[in-house]
Design a protein around this ligand. Sequence first.
Ligand code: ARG
Ligand code: ZN
Length: 849
Amino acid sequence: NARYLKDYLPSDFSINTIDLTFELDDNKTKVTSVMSISKNTSEANKIILNGEQLKLIAVYYNDTALNASEYQVDDDSLSFLIKDNECTVKIVTEIDPENNTSLEGLFKSGGAFCTQCEAEGFRRITYYLDRPDVMAKFTTKVIADKNLYPYLLSNGNKIDSGDLNNNRHFVTWEDPFLKPCYLFALVAGDFDLLQDSYKTTSGRDVRLEIFVDKGNKTKAHHAMASLKHSMRWDEDTFGLEYDLDIYMIVAVDFFNMGAMENKGLNVFNSKFVLADKETATDTDYFNVEAVIAHEYFHNWTGNRVTCRDWFQLSLKEGLTVFRDQQFSADMHSAAVTRIKNVRVMRAQQFSEDAGPMSHPIRPEKVVEMNNFYTLTVYEKGSEVIRMLHTLLGKDKFRQGLDLYFQRFDGQAVTCDDFVTAMADAAKIDLILFKRWYSQSGTPIVKVEESFNTNSGEYQINLSQLTLPTKDQATKYALHIPIAIELINNEGTQSHLLELKSDNQQWRFSGFHEKPTLGFLANFSAPVKVDFEQSNSDLAIIMTSAKDKFLRWDAGQKLFSNTISQIITDTNYQIPAELIDILATQLCDNSDPALIAEQFTLPNFHELVEQFKPINPIKLVDALDKLKLFIAKGLEKQLLSIYQALADKPYLNNAQSIGDRALKNMSLSYLVLLPEHHDLVKRQYLTSDNMTDALAALQSSATQTVESFDAMMASFEQRWENTTLVMDKWFSLQAAYKGSNIFERLKNLTEHSLFSLKNPNRARSLIGAFAQNNSRYFHCETGRGYQFLADQICSLNAINPQVASRLITALIQYQDFDEYRQNLMKSQLERIAILPNLSKDLKEKLDAAL
Ligand code: ARG
Ligand code: ZN
């Protein structure tokens, strides 16, 4: 049941128009689809439509009902003969939205009906050619009870509406743009509506509408402002304007992913829409803005130009992530935004790329498409686009994108088409570069340097190596852009090196003494670096590099070198000079958010990636030890920073956000010293915003801070009716560092507000435990793994997509010591024998076991 990129064939049939009618009902929704179909080749005769979990009521061919002998229907298809070059097919199906807990196709979220069709959910609504290169004009009539569902929404423009019998009403929508069915959407419900408008540069007036649960309207203003900023930014940066008269966003509580870019009608996980200072953190505000931008940007990179097939997913996702990252960098501190991107790559994408599900950004083999909405396709995909941006420069990149739209607007195309447009516009050769699309794994770039004191010549030797991965035994050299700085007293030089073969040298002359090499400025390529640098060189980079990313990265390297020493040598004394180097960073008060990043240690997952295979408990101990050492060494300075910032009023601007980040970073160290425990309690009690309240609780989620449970009880009482805040409460509980964590987890799964049916809630407890509670997830008894496996077994039947995401923490067992590998594998084996194991889990288990 695997599909391969190499087997792609164009469709035998086109569907030119589809008229849909939905008679909404919780358990028996009737869907009538009328399609005009034409043959693409004269040989075509049998059409095979995709369909799953549908009850077929009737099929008509040119108005004549087919009898059962004239069509074949099975679990995933409906097929029949098409005799004419052009014909009309009408299909009536019935579906059960209320019992659709997979949240794919048409389902109920709270009291509302809504859809999720990407990647292959439309086939759970009606029989169709469910593939992105089949593009049709959609007209949708929605019929439902008038009181329960006052708003009936779909893609495009509203062309008709009216009342019907039995207290029902209808609305008809027409989308003028051809689109694949994965961009179809329908929403019906009762909402609060926030309205606004936007005028594009060329003068189009666009109505902006955000639909949220009743009572949440004041929490939609940030999303609205973000939408308008995104629209402006895309016009200013890429000359791209919106193309309909209305843009709608609906926020729902039950959603598998972040959001969905359906044409003219985005559906969002409410977590990426709702924000106010009492309930959302600064990070939440940042993420809402980024996801709103991402979905908006898809209107061009995804909708106007879409993917030929799902193997090309990164065509739209890598490019759109790159666009949203650039937008965020322009709206905030560019350096801090970049640092956040890089942490995700190093902590998560690198291990995916080395694990059993390793795949290129353009996968070649897929069993369940939902398994390929990955960090590789999205984040590494974005890094690949960023490398093009670096190689071409901003202006040529813009010309390349212009050419791409000129060539492909309205079409379903490939990653290759994109890169070719870039190469043609910039008049450069990107043949070798294209290998990034077909090769999986993370290249390791090894750096050797030498200096000739007599000639003043400095030489760099680079070699690249990509280790074999599960999916590909043989690897080749890639085209890697490497930005460097040569730092010396006479002024720093910046260069861009293009590494294109296994080994290459570069020489730079005119130095009086050996310069200090700042390597991979701005993380110019998604690679690992093998380069030993002394602490004194790192200290020079930390204070003197021009690129802020390089400064931060040198600090991270210093931390990971120290942690490595702590792990390998039990008698290792952390040198006091570390404190002196760090202290210098605290003095620079120009960018408090950057200082906060500089003092944030590389996280557990980033370090696992550097030291694997590793005993995870040794790593957790080493991290704790280093953190305590820093807390003691800088206690006075951190306390004075904390006190200077503690009582500043809340504002929603960059300075205030940065101040909070710095303050809460300080608190996270100070809380390690028992004499400062009162600070967290005080901050929790006096805070008027979620950022500070949550930081206080996060800093105290350990059994050594006695006030934690009392604070959590008051938090629960205050927020029990606010879904998104209770997700935070469950996550805090899951991260609790105390030996009774497993009793606590058991009680939490039995909590009246816990449910596996809500993906956010499931992830807030189970995902947060596996991700953020490494000491207990990896505990020696194996109970952590068992807890996760138990939950995955339950989720398998409820929501395969969510189950399949959560299994990541177990399938990457190769990162850990043999004892733990065996514990993890035995849990995987237990999942593998589940009756009715979903396709999603099966694909991953087959790869991992
Ligand atoms: N295209 C959406 C986005 O990136 C993601 C939808 C993924 N859905 C899924 N079921 N895998 O914004
Ligand atoms: Zn996307």
